[in-house]
Write a protein that binds this ligand. Structure first.
Ligand code: IPM
Ligand code: MG
Length: 365
């Protein structure tokens, strides 16, 4: 059976980097005779302009019927004012997809790259070899709460977004996080504000319980989120897997990108299930962590590596093609070592040049 991919470029630089990701995917697939069946469609602003909706029902149906989605980025000032009836997931095509596919665990991968150490704000000895997987809860908490709104009028308006987590939501998420740690270096840091929030207290209790009962081989530590942010800046090399709720994970994943030299380097895998063997039975979303960068859209200068490494994660988590995933990761390292760099990395290479170099490196491997 071919691997069914739904590619949604989205807005701004999204379509450009997705096109790079697909080229790399096709090149790698060719080397292992993996058949891929790619369908492209519009998401968020692009869908709004063409169809008057952030995501069409047929796109959602196609998402459910695919093995994996490769998404670029969504949003831009052009669509910010649009307000749709319903919850937060209705306001954003990508949030709607995350909600529909229930991809509640987002694996966001930040690594230090030797050739880019001088691009980071860290002394080389602080960031060297840092390799962090932020596992962010992606379908709950304040960011998805239906209990939200702005009430009242004038000076007495009141705004709220209820930060709530059920035990079941925390437990299913924690299990994926621990499992990911088992496949890495066996270390989990769970972050919360259990000193203040009730949701944080339950978070800590449930993560602790699952860890002790089901993953005694994984080392578990708990930090308050503010302290985690501080430690992440002081000693990024000491982290392995960070478990965080939707809001804290959004923040910490961007922060951890500093070790890579650019947010443009970070890939992610949004999962509802972690396959233990072959192809995953449930569709997952793969997306670079960066945004749509409307200011540089169409200039051919976007960094495609976040999208290309998202393809590596796709091969790893949806297709169980581990060797091919490694091949792409090594090809990216080789391209950087050869001096290829887009403007965000301090270079002058175009999206196309960077993509072509990675493909050359893949084919040479
Ligand atoms: C991200 C983004 C999104 C999020 C926005 C665009 C809704 O910041 O993927 O990190 O917060 O989930
Ligand atoms: Mg974010």
């Amino acid at each position: 059976m071919p691997l069914k991919i739904l590619a949604l470029g989205g807005d701004g630089i999204g379509p450009e980097v997705v096109s790079s990701g697909l080229k790399v995917l096709e090149a790698v697939a060719g080397t292992i005779s993996l058949k891929v069946d790619i369908t492209e469609d519009l998401l968020h602003g692009a869908a709004w302009d063409a169809h008057g909706t952030f995501i069409r029902p047929e796109t959602i149906r196609a998402a459910h019927g695919s093995d994996a989605l490769l998404v670029g980025a969504v949003g831009g000032p052009k669509w910010d004012h649009i307000k749709i009836d319903g919850g937060p997931e209705e306001q954003d095509g990508l949030m709607k997809l995350r909600h529909e596919l229930e991809v509640f665990a987002s694996l966001r991968w930040a690594r230090a790259y030797g050739p880019l150490l001088s691009r980071t704000p860290f002394r080389p000895e602080v960031a060297r070899n840092a390799d962090i997987m932020v596992v962010r809860e992606l379908c709950g908490g304040a960011m998805f709460s239906p209990t939200r709104g702005i009430d009242g009028t004038g000076k007495s308006r009141r705004a709220y977004d209820l930060n709530e987590y059920t035990e079941a939501e925390i437990a299913r998420f924690a299990r994926i996080g621990f499992e990911v740690a088992r496949r890495r270096h066996g270390k989990v840091l769970s972050v919360d504000k259990a000193n203040v929030f009730m949701a944080g207290k339950l978070w800590r209790e449930v993560v602790q319980e699952i860890g002790a009962r089901e993953f005694p081989d994984v080392t578990l530590t708990h930090f308050f989120t503010d302290n985690a942010a501080y430690q992440l800046t002081c000693r990024p090399g000491d982290f392995d897997v960070i478990l965080a709720d939707n809001l804290f994970g959004d923040i910490l994943s961007d922060q951890s990108a500093a070790i890579s030299g650019s947010l443009g380097m970070l890939p992610s895998a949004c999962l509802s299930h972690l396959s233990t063997g072959g192809r995953s039975e449930k569709p997952a979303i793969y997306e670079p962590v960066h945004g749509s960068a409307p200011d540089i859209a169409g200039t051919g200068s976007a960094n495609p590596i976040g999208a290309i490494l998202s393809v590596a994660m796709l091969l790893e988590y949806s297709a169980a093609e581990h060797e091919s995933a490694r091949k792409i990761e090594v090809a990216v390292e080789s391209a950087l070592k050869a001096g290829f760099a887009t403007p965000d990395l301090g270079g002058t290479n175009t999206t196309q040049e960077m993509t072509d170099e990675v493909i050359q490196q893949v084919l040479r491997a």
